[in-house]
Design a protein around this ligand. Structure first.
Ligand code: THU
Length: 146
């Protein structure tokens, strides 16, 4: 593929990721925080899975949008995340919370990218490795020397 075609394909794929996360956000269940979040993950083969935050009267039982998107991916057989997009309507922009960074780390490819979006579109994109350096992962667990 030429560079221009590749750029166009990448931008179409990012549009699909944003559309999926944005649509999920419309269905967010956030009656306590009133902070609606949508998330979407893309596997290396192009499949997209989305989720929204689901709060609960027992606050700690609530789930983040990323958690829902990852659960949908796993239920469909997906095991790798190449891209994550999170969307909320907040001034400074949204990035996955600490617990969700750990959940993403379980499936992120080496060069996975995370996009932070507002309702109008993507604002910033960074490599996942920069969001959670030195993650506790499967290799750490398997390298136990005791
Ligand atoms: N939330 C997410 O869905 N994803 C994040 O990365 C950060 C926070 C949700 C959880 C809760 O429902 C609301 O945002 C306020 O914390």
């Amino acid at each position: 593929m030429t560079a221009i075609l590749q750029d166009a394909a990448q931008s179409a794929s990012l549009d699909r990721l944003f559309t999926a996360a944005h649509a999920a956000r419309e269905n967010a269940y956030a009656p306590y925080s009133h902070f609606a979040v949508g998330a979407a993950v893309r596997t290396p083969d192009g499949a997209i899975f989305s989720g929204a935050n689901v709060e609960n009267a027992a606050y700690p039982a609530g789930c983040c949008a990323e958690t829902g998107a990852i659960a949908a991916m796993v239920a469909a057989g997906g095991r790798q995340i190449a891209e994550v997009l999170v969307v909320a309507d907040c001034g400074e922009g949204i990035w996955p919370c600490g617990a969700c960074r750990q959940r993403i780390a379980e499936f992120a490819t080496e060069d996975a990218v995370v996009h932070s979006a507002g309702p109008e579109g993507v604002r910033q994109s960074i490599k996942f490795a920069a969001l959670l350096p030195r993650a506790f992962d499967r290799q750490t667990l398997e390298s136990e020397s005791g």
